[in-house]
Ligand binder design. Sequence first.
Ligand SMILES: CCCCCCCCCCCCCCCCCCCCCC(=O)SCCNC(=O)CCNC(=O)[C@H](O)C(C)(C)COP(=O)(O)OP(=O)(O)OC[C@H]1O[C@@H](n2cnc3c(N)ncnc32)[C@H](O)[C@@H]1OP(=O)(O)O
Ligand SMILES: Cc1cc2nc3c(=O)[nH]c(=O)nc-3n(C[C@H](O)[C@H](O)[C@H](O)COP(=O)(O)OP(=O)(O)OC[C@H]3O[C@@H](n4cnc5c(N)ncnc54)[C@H](O)[C@@H]3O)c2cc1C
Length: 627
Amino acid sequence: MEGVDHLAHERNKSEFDVDAMKIVWAGSPHAFVVSDRISKLVASDPGFRKDNRSTLSRKELFKNTLRKAAYAWKTIIDLHLSEEEAAKLRFYVDEPAFTDVHWGMFIPAIKGQGTEEQQQKWLPLAYKMQIIGCYAQTELGHGSNVQGLETTATFDPQTDEFIIHSPTLTSSKWWPGGLGKVATHAIAYALLIVGGREQGVHGFIVQLRSLEDHSPLPGMTVGDIGMKFGNGAYNAMDNGVLRFDHVRIPRNQMLMRVSQVTCEGKYKQSDVPRQLVYGAMLYVRQTIVADASCALSRAVCIATRYSAVRRQFGSQNGGPETQVIDYKTQQSRLFPLLASAYAFRFVGEWLKWLYADVTQRLQANDFSTLPEAHACTAGLKSLTTTATADGIEECRKLCGGHGYLCSSGLPELFAVYVPACTYEGENTVLLLQVARFLMKTVSQLGSSKKPVGTIAYMTRVEHLMQCRCGVQRGFAELSADLVEAAVAHCQLLVVSKFIEKLQQEIPGKGVKQQLEVLCNIYALFLLHKHQGDFLSTGCITPKHAALANDELRSLYSQVRPNAIALVDAFNYTDHYLGSILGCYDGNVYPKLYEAAWKDPLNESVVPDGYHQYIRPLLKQEIRTARL
Ligand SMILES: CCCCCCCCCCCCCCCCCCCCCC(=O)SCCNC(=O)CCNC(=O)[C@H](O)C(C)(C)COP(=O)(O)OP(=O)(O)OC[C@H]1O[C@@H](n2cnc3c(N)ncnc32)[C@H](O)[C@@H]1OP(=O)(O)O
Ligand SMILES: Cc1cc2nc3c(=O)[nH]c(=O)nc-3n(C[C@H](O)[C@H](O)[C@H](O)COP(=O)(O)OP(=O)(O)OC[C@H]3O[C@@H](n4cnc5c(N)ncnc54)[C@H](O)[C@@H]3O)c2cc1C
């Protein structure tokens, strides 16, 4: 039944103002208007079609991505889109591409680590996309251990140049997005050698390809690293390999905000901490946290709508079967994910604020909050991406068999999303950074340096005061436990930022009440999941644990009538969702049936290969049967 809203009865049940919730989700009325307009613009433009992605070959997919990126850029220019609108366009186009790394890493690295002069030279070119950049840090042999990178940049005072070289196979750059086939320039990270002395890893702007014919410049061997997990999906991105053979670049192409090399060959460090070399990672980790709520909410929207459409068992007197969303087991798997999507949204908002704050301070040479910003971005990146990747997979299972179809949108979403657990800092490695920060704080408890900000609570935890003398010992030995402590710290951050959000004025009928329910679900679900830890540390009693569980069940019942409206509040178009199971009108079965016939395998009734392989087999069986 085209045009009928099969989920209307669900929408009628909701007890809050969905339009007001849409604004809370978007962040502000202005953000909502921009997001709504751009998402509809992308959805209505056939140039941004994506429903055929899973059937394209790698080469076709890649070329299609190039076309879309060029078309998106043309749209941005033709419509005079602002930076905010352009970023939304990229988001709703919903395809990993070299442009992500150009805008998301190359430009921020120049902004954060380049001198004024360098910024003036390179940024205008990059903003106009007259050069296309990538971020070439990881090597075949080293990704997590940035200090272990082997590429060298040796200063030659005779010519006032650096010689960039890959001395070993394992020093080949490996993974950078955009490097394989598109980027004309890279920020390449290399071990700086001046006057025979190693000075640590630094970033260098290196031109890779000719701006005339795109051929690699002399001394560069460059290509794509090959197919990645999942058909379609992240294969739209040309992650690349690059070897340097004594490539010479001018001295002024070393990013010199943090440290400088003079023409006489002197290495000078400014007052800026060396950690700013890692600045681009700080920025991207913060955007990854914001993106986590988008990916999770998208999966949750699909699973929630489909759970209201799907019916199994429980028919009474020939009436309809039970909607699977009414099963308590379905609710106990789905609703914590719904609550997590909202929780990550708000912690992402807060992290954006924290990042803006630390950036402002860094510009004024105040580096005091950098360690905390690093711990927060690293920890929340790890926590939210792990939970989101797991959550998308859970949503796929919540959709039963149909969740396994590409047309559910969930397999591709998972395949595109799951590398977020690895890139931009492998999640366990990042948690170890948080643990290190926490242990450092504990070791300073009782001194004049009082913990502030996100670690202020530590002064209130008496137990920590007792164990502080031992914290400098056995870090490696206890690292598995310390990673758990880091996760707990990050969970506390998420819960406390959700609670802080609720302390603000939130307009709209019933909106705040819904958010309170979700916040309680998020916190109590964690308590329930980790009740062993809570009980064994004496933080709660068995009675508390049982009460929490009872309360959770009651909260799930409160969410139930509002579930569809709570996912409608994400305001996703069917184009962005890319899922038949999650379509707004819930008209799932006819759409699934129709889509099946569009599969290339169904172009002919008798498949290619019948005469070659099936028929001889069948005939052979007949002969065998006669024997
Ligand atoms: C107008 C048009 C608009 C158009 C539209 C606009 C569109 C906009 C598009 C936007 C799209 C956006 C999305 C982008 C998508 C990207 C896709 C994904 C790409 C993925 C990219 C990557 O995948 S790219 C490689 C990432 N590769 C890592 O991620 C390595 C991890 N590995 C480490 O990061 C270090 O190796 C590790 C472990 C810390 C040890 O570092 P280490 O060896 O130095 O050792 P230590 O641990 O001793 O650290 C020494 C001291 O540094 C402190 N510290 C460490 N890090 C710090 C930090 N970041 N900030 C501050 N402080 C830091 C630490 O806390 C210590 O401090 P202290 O000494 O005081 O304790
Ligand atoms: C899709 C994708 C896109 C990428 N894009 C880029 C890009 O644009 N630019 C770029 O430079 N890089 C890029 N990367 C590379 C990425 O940043 C690295 O893969 C990532 O930093 C992880 O490093 P690794 O591969 O060396 O993992 P490894 O460090 O080798 O991890 C392997 C295992 O070892 C464990 N481990 C490592 N160190 C420790 C430790 N100290 N203690 C305990 N356990 C440890 C990890 O937890 C993990 O389980 C990309 C990667 C992917 C998958």
